[in-house]
Design a protein around this ligand. Structure first.
Ligand SMILES: *Cc1c(COP(=O)(O)O)cnc(C)c1O
Length: 358
């Protein structure tokens, strides 16, 4: 027998792993600089690592207290009720919960193009339809209320990404509010703030006090350096509180993930160091690399390089792994994650060499 017809479903194209590329090139992983997946260049929060070690002995139990404690801590941080915090297996898992909670079969979601692939993948898994709104290179991929509303047509969920992946542009809460006000009462506006810690705009969580049609996505994968652990959450409207228990996977985040998350939340030094490094690297890359770029508020910078696949391949031969943005529909762009200072300097030099040779 066969699974159901999955021909409309896409595969998620991740940035390539360092071991995978090292094997292909016949080199040691340590010789390579991986700046392809917007991971934390400083590694995980040391406090989280300690918590993971400490809790290893207790993973025979289902996570109960840790899950509740983490939801409570996050609720306090965002000034919402614990029921509004929907913990999940990564931010991606939280997107699935929002799809499950919001979509009837055939309902449509509106997603940015270019944009993060999982919004539409999740909608399709939940028997939803997908429409796109275009962001334009001409205005630096600006995400204004007009851009979104002029392309909105009654979809059930509208996705905004702030900072936007892969371009780095942001949406101010005032614009989120305009979008929420300009869409139907039954439309949920989801603001994906996976890179929120790196931006100097306020979080859209502040809108949840007055609105019941905005949700915000956050993750421990980027600023907290816990991408491998899979921990993220949505902050949802107060009115949605009892939906979580009806749509989530039992024990939605693991014991280790919850304990590590709690420790990481307490590790200001690590987050601050991360943000400082990113701010430095973002500026260094934009100034040093001899290619047109866009103003980024994420932990990455997008460059116009001509033939992105060829440039990414040439960089790989020099041991630098970046993201070829062809899969985002930007076949002239590469996205370069902010690395440590030595990694970032080496990457900038290599990019300039490759561009000069072409
Ligand atoms: C990284 C990322 C996420 C979430 O990633 P998880 O690892 O699943 O938490 C969500 N949205 C965007 C735009 C991202 O880049």
């Amino acid at each position: 027998m066969q699974p159901r017809d999955l021909s409309a479903h896409d595969e998620y194209v991740a940035g390539r792993g360092i071991e995978e590329v090292a094997r292909e090139l016949g080199r040691e992983p340590d010789d390579l600089v991986k700046l392809a997946s917007n991971e934390n260049a400083l590694g995980p929060s040391p406090k989280a690592v300690e918590a993971i070690r400490e809790r290893a002995e207790s993973v025979h139990s289902y996570p109960k207290a840790s899950h509740a404690d983490l939801a409570e801590q996050l609720a306090e941080r965002w000034d919402v009720a614990p029921e509004q915090i929907w913990l999940a297996n990564g931010g991606d898992g939280a997107l699935d919960y929002l799809s499950r909670a919001a979509l009837e079969p055939g309902d449509a979601v509106l997603v940015p193009s270019p944009g993060f692939a999982y919004y539409s993948m999740s909608a399709r898994y939940h028997h939803g339809a997908v429409r796109e709104y275009a962001l334009s290179k001409d205005d630096g991929f600006a995400q204004t209320a007009e851009t979104v509303l002029s392309q909105y047509d009654g979809e059930r969920i509208v996705y905004l990404t702030s900072p936007h992946n892969p371009t780095g542009s942001v949406v101010a809460p005032a614009d989120v509010e305009r979008i929420a006000a300009g869409t139907d009462e039954e439309t949920l506006v989801v603001v994906d703030e996976a890179y929120g810690e790196f931006a100097d705009v306020d979080s859209a969580v502040e809108l949840l006090g007055e609105r019941d049609d905005v949700a915000v996505l956050r993750t421990f994968s980027k600023a907290y350096g816990l991408a491998g652990l899979r921990l993220g959450y949505a902050v949802t409207p107060a009115e949605w509180a009892d939906a979580y228990a009806r749509v989530n996977t039992p024990f939605a985040a693991s014991e280790i993930a919850c304990r590590a998350g709690l420790a990481a939340l307490d590790d200001d030094e690590h987050v601050e160091g991360t943000v400082e490094t990113v701010e430095w690297a973002r500026e260094y890359l934009a100034e040093t690399v001899e290619a047109p770029t866009y103003d980024s508020q994420g932990n990455f910078v997008l460059f116009e390089v001509g033939d992105a696949s060829a440039v990414a391949e040439a960089l790989k031969q020099k041991g630098i792994i970046v993201r070829d943005c062809t899969s985002f529909g930007l076949d002239e762009c590469i996205r370069v994650t902010c690395g440590t200072k030595p990694e970032t300097r080496r990457a900038a030099e290599a990019i300039n060499e490759v561009l000069a040779e072409r």
